[in-house]
Structure formats: structure tokens, C-alpha cells
Unconditional design. Structure first.
Length: 132
């Protein structure tokens, strides 16, 4: 069985960042992503709605989330934040979730093991969303 910490392993090489996505690897580039298997075969990919930070993956590797936000000020504060949930192999964005109770930097977030639910928020209030 997969260990939870394996889903958050990152490795930077050149212009892409890699994350464990179930038994596959997610490669994020500035405007897109690819999902590759252990042999390097490309299983899928697509364009990102907007560049952002990796915000979690389902344990089964079928879905992942990207957090996009804008901050300003000194010290900076979040002006807007949203998460885009992607289908890993088709590259299709499945949902966009806009947060309203902004965090100091980035909301906490997680996908359920099968990718059916997404949770986001700050330490004071987490909200669970059912995904299509």
C-alpha cells in the first residue's frame, strides 16, 4: 500500500517539478503538466488554467489540485485564492473552488483517497466539497 507521505514528495529538475501521483509521476511546468508512468511513458497531460502551487493529489492518482492566488502588501496578504481540480490522465479541469475566508499564505487542502471530495480552508474553518 502507498504511504501518505509518498504523495507529497517533490523533485525539481530543470524547468519542471515532479510529484508522486499514485503509482505515476506528475510533472508540472509553467503552463502545463504531464502524467508519466514508471517507464517514462506519457499517460496524459494538459494546460493549467493558471500557474500555481501543487495542493494535493488523491491517493489513487486520478486527480490533483493546483492552488492559484494573488497576494500584495508588506507583509503580504491574499487578495484572491482558488483551487483547480484536474483529472490526471485526461488533463480536464473538473472544478474550480474559490475560497472566501483567506489564509495568511495558502489554504490547507486535501483530496479524498478516491478523489471524490476536496477539502480547503484555514485552520479555523475547513470546507468539504463533493466533486463531479
Amino acid at each position: 500500500a502507498d504511504r501518505p507521505e509518498e504523495h507529497f514528495t517533490t523533485q525539481s529538475r530543470g524547468q519542471s517539478t515532479r510529484y508522486i501521483l499514485g503509482k505515476n509521476t506528475l510533472q508540472l511546468r509553467q503552463k502545463g503538466f504531464q502524467v508519466v508512468d514508471s517507464t517514462g511513458h506519457i499517460l496524459g497531460g494538459g494546460d493549467l488554467v493558471e500557474w500555481g502551487a501543487f495542493a494535493g493529489a488523491s491517493a489513487d492518482g486520478t486527480r490533483f489540485a493546483i492552488q492559484s492566488s494573488y497576494a500584495e502588501g508588506d507583509p503580504d496578504f491574499v487578495v484572491y485564492e482558488y483551487f483547480t481540480i484536474y483529472e490526471a490522465t485526461t488533463g480536464k479541469p473538473l472544478a474550480m473552488i474559490h475560497t472566501t475566508n483567506f489564509p495568511a499564505r495558502q489554504s490547507w487542502s486535501a483530496l479524498s483517497p478516491n478523489g471524490q471530495y476536496f477539502v480547503a480552508g484555514n485552520p479555523n474553518k475547513l470546507t468539504m466539497y463533493e466533486l463531479p
